[in-house]
Design a protein around this ligand. Structure first.
Ligand SMILES: Cc1cc2nc3c(=O)[nH]c(=O)nc-3n(C[C@H](O)[C@H](O)[C@H](O)COP(=O)(O)OP(=O)(O)OC[C@H]3O[C@@H](n4cnc5c(N)ncnc54)[C@H](O)[C@@H]3O)c2cc1C
Length: 323
């Protein structure tokens, strides 16, 4: 591993002055960043360790909902009693991520900002549109785990387990930047290559995630999360479906979000409209899963996989309704 200087800021000003894009990136627990440095995919001169930053390591509730500090560990999110009760889809998706050891270290902010797991992107010998080259090697190469939607520019998927459920809940991302603190919705925060092929999240140079709000206005007990992965642990999801029904108690305020099948979490309003409580809604919903899909040479299996997850998720959410 190439040596780098470790900078440990304790104020937002120090952090923002020290961070210099790829030359001096932020680090939380380092479970993603340090691997990229070891694999020579990232070669920073300095690393800006956020762990000493105040106010980013706690879970707190107020009238707006539950705030997750960006430095809170995934295990602490999964085990938090109030999150389990009020936002069960969040604790469940986080509990499914990675391995117990990684969840004990990895943070909320790091999970949201981790780089995609595309093997070309993570190999120094394949410069692609995301790391200074042109085009997407996976499109005509090994693309088994890649995107089946929105994959024209880059076919890497958003790997974060938190990303789809944060979009489903209209989570608010609190960002520290040069003009102070600002808020983006999760939907605005996670971006695809048509908005910017170099980034997966909407953070400008120097900006970092401080906290994430799970809004009280989107709480619901009618939820389902289904995912498929090759291995139960030490792996990433190949596809996932998050369903929230009647968010905040508002009839018809539904969300259906696909994960791991596109460069950013994918909302499916057409499927939300099919969730009307009828007997054949699971079939109806699964039938239109493939609309808009553009499978590559090795990943067409993701369409029937998503259809199966969708049917299972609809049945789960309805069984919760029946108590
Ligand atoms: C074997 C294995 C399996 C895995 N499976 C899954 C899985 O199923 N689901 C899943 O979601 N993840 C999975 N992961 C990824 C893992 O969850 C991430 O490595 C971890 O969440 C990153 O958190 P971290 O705190 O270590 O981030 P770091 O490695 O410290 O940082 C990751 C990135 O985020 C940036 N960053 C960190 N914090 C902030 C912040 N506050 N503001 C702005 N930028 C920031 C860093 O600059 C860096 O680019 C897996 C990892 C491994 C090794």
């Amino acid at each position: 591993m190439r040596p780098f200087k470790l900078i440990r800021p304790t104020t937002a000003k120090e952090a923002m002055e020290a961070q210099k894009g790829n030359a001096a990136p932020y680090m939380a627990a380092g479970t993603d960043l340090l691997n990229r440095i070891k694999e020579h995919v990232a070669s920073p001169d300095s690393v800006v360790d956020l762990k000493q930053m105040p106010g980013m390591g706690t879970i707190e509730s107020d009238g707006r909902g539950i705030w997750l500090g960006a430095l809170v560990k995934l295990t602490d999110v999964a085990d938090h009693e109030e999150i389990q009760r009020r936002f069960p889809a969040v604790s469940t998706t986080v509990r499914n991520a990675a391995t117990p050891q990684i969840r004990n270290m990895a943070t909320v902010g790091g999970n949201m900002c981790q780089k995609p797991r595309c093997w070309y992107l993570r190999h120094e010998g394949y410069p692609c549109i995301k790391n200074g080259g042109t085009g997407c090697w996976a499109k005509d190469g090994e693309n088994e785990f890649h995107a089946i939607y929105d994959n024209q520019i880059c076919s890497a998927t958003q790997p974060s387990n938190l990303a789809p459920v944060l979009v489903a809940h209209d989570a608010i991302i609190e960002i520290e930047g040069k003009d102070g603190v600002k808020e983006l919705t999760a939907d605005e925060f996670f971006i695809g290559p048509s908005e910017d092929p170099l980034r997966e999240v909407k953070l400008d140079q120097g900006e970092f995630v401080r906290r994430v709000l799970l809004p009280a206005s989107t709480e619901t007990s009618l939820w389902a999360y289904e995912e498929a992965r090759e291995k139960q642990s030490f792996d990433w999801a190949q596809a996932s479906v998050t369903i929230l029904l009647d968010r905040g108690g508002r009839k018809g305020d539904h969300r259906v979000i696909f994960g791991a099948v596109s460069p950013a979490p994918l909302r499916r309003e057409d499927i939300e409209k099919k969730l009307d409580g009828s007997d054949d809604e699971a079939t109806q919903a699964s039938l239109i899963v493939g609309v808009g899909a553009n499978p590559l040479s090795h990943n067409a299996y993701k369409v029937p996989m998503l259809q199966g997850l969708m049917r299972r998720a609809v049945r789960t959410v309805r069984s919760r309704e029946e108590g």
